[in-house]
Design a protein around this ligand. Structure first.
Ligand SMILES: [Zn+2]
Ligand SMILES: [Zn+2]
Ligand SMILES: [Zn+2]
Length: 488
């Protein structure tokens, strides 16, 4: 099988005897950590690991490369289960998959790989002991579950970051940065050190893991927006636990809000029979008319939602600035409120110029009437992302549950739209922005508070929209309008 001796003469002398003890490995230890230990104990490199544990594809090439696939430690597609188990006495691949399944709940359509950080992320205290946990790679965890220390992805000396993969490029020796910084405490007896087992202290992480084992929750009942990154989201795991387990005690300062749909919303607006009969009839004309009708219902409903929000803003925060809005359309004012409102409406409705932000200019529909369209051009792809997860591969789903589909779109649209308005108010704080005509929206979803949609277990129950706000979020900002004395 391995005709390798002639291809890799430099490896033929490799000893088949390794220094290794499977008791050195703890629960939730990452494959990266396991291989670093192996490298350290045996004075070998990542190339030796690939030579020893690589599959046919790795070994059949003329030389062993550090390609993405070869070095992938998430799925380890190029490492051979059998050779790993033979030598390490541990099925590293199966264990890793089990831990990853446990951590990443794979909410609809979001591939679980997305939940794992691409950069090596570590706790310095753990690294001193030569321990690296797969939990640290999980994007919902921001502090070490064992020590409570903030996780880092940079060398404390040279600030270098390392990809989460096999390789010797950034970490030139086991547990050692290319700048020479030693992560592993130099004075230790590693064999003794590695036999002591770290214990998870974080109640949040322990709860998350126990929920999975007790199968108390089906995380697939949740829809999370792909636009909300977990990178800087401190409370993500806590928020999700709050949404799925009423007995969970939150440790985050954010306040949890929930809006529920009417019960049995899943039963209303069922157009599935009509859809099926049209499909069976094979009539293109009837089919197109049906699609057009559904799309119109969706569009009109989210249009009304958006105008209700605009009306609410004009009646509250903008109450004293309606005249400013008119002046701004003529470039005759530097009122921050008018600036925020006009830009907000311009980009949501998809106008090219602030002049067009006026009730006389009706936003025109851009798509063919046979394609689903939303009032917010700015949120088109983010809303599609939600719809795709809601449909979950079943295109008839939105027709079968049209009332629920519309409820979800409107909820998410309102959440985004309100936040876009507050983001524009933030920009208005910089008086230099006030005279500018923006070509693009200068923000995305970075300030949108975390939210999720919880789907009912059965059709008798309601849909839930959950979101979390800090106390100081969305307080009225104090901006100066030139037409008002004092604060607006
Ligand atoms: Zn730690
Ligand atoms: Zn360094
Ligand atoms: Zn004003």
């Amino acid at each position: 099988m391995r005709k390798l001796k002639c291809v890799f003469p430099e490896y033929k002398e490799i000893q088949r005897q390794f220094t290794w003890n499977p008791d050195w490995i703890s629960d939730y230890e990452s494959p990266w950590g396991i291989f670093e230990k192996f490298k350290y104990a045996n004075c070998v490199t990542a190339k030796d690991i690939l030579f020893q544990f690589g599959n046919e594809e790795v070994l059949s090439r003329r030389s062993i490369s550090y390609s993405q696939q070869n070095c992938n430690l998430i799925d380890m597609p190029r490492l051979n289960n059998e050779s790993i188990t033979n030598i390490l006495k541990l099925d590293v691949k199966a264990r890793n998959q089990e831990f990853m399944n446990l951590m990443a709940f794979v909410p609809r359509h979001r591939p679980y790989q997305d939940f794992f950080r691409k950069q090596l992320t570590f706790c310095l205290t753990c690294m001193k002991k030569g321990f690296h946990s797969i939990l640290n790679q999980f994007s919902l965890i921001h502090v070490c579950p064992i020590h409570g220390d903030p996780l880092s992805d940079r060398c404390p000396i040279c600030d270098k970051s390392y990809p989460y993969r096999l390789g010797d490029d950034a970490l030139t020796a086991p547990f050692q940065c290319s700048c020479g910084h030693q992560y592993l405490s130099g004075t230790c007896n590693y064999s003794e050190l590695w036999e002591s087992k770290p214990v998870i202290q974080s109640t949040e992480v322990a709860d998350w893991i126990s929920m999975h084992y007790k199968q108390k929750i089906n995380f697939n009942d949740l829809i999370l927006s792909s636009e909300i990154s977990f990178r800087n989201l401190q409370g993500g795991m806590d928020f999700i636990l709050q949404a799925v387990d009423p007995s969970y005690k939150s440790i985050q300062p954010e306040k949890h809000y929930v809006v529920k749909s009417p019960s049995r919303i899943m039963v209303y607006g069922n157009y599935n029979k009509e859809f099926e009969s049209i499909r069976e009839s094979g009539s293109d004309e009837r089919y197109l008319r049906f699609i057009e009708k559904i799309n119109e219902l969706i569009y009109q409903s989210n249009r009304s939602t958006f105008y209700a929000i605009a009306k609410h803003l004009r009646a509250t925060i903008l109450r004293d600035h309606i005249a400013c809005v008119r002046k701004l359309e003529l470039f005759d004012t530097k009122c921050p409120y008018a600036f925020a409102y006009v830009n907000w409406k311009k980009f949501i409705e998809g106008h090219t110029h602030t002049r067009q932000v006026d009730n006389k200019y009706r936003p025109s529909r851009e798509r063919s009437k046979y394609e689903m369209e939303f009032i917010s051009k700015q949120d088109d792809s983010a809303l599609w992302d939600i719809i795709t997860k809601w449909e979950y591969g079943k295109p008839y789903w939105k027709y079968k549950h049209l009332t629920a589909t519309i409820w979800i779109i409107n909820r998410v649209l309102a959440h985004f739209a309100l936040n876009h308005f507050y983001s524009w108010l933030e920009i208005a704080k910089n008086t230099e922005s006030l005279g500018l005509e923006f070509d693009n929206v200068p923000f995305r979803y970075e300030n949108v508070p975390f939210f999720l949609i919880k789907l009912p277990r059965d059709n008798e129950k309601e849909l839930e929209f959950h979101w979390w706000l800090k106390d100081h979020d969305q307080n009225k900002p104090h901006l100066v309008c030139p037409f008002k004395t004092g604060f607006g």
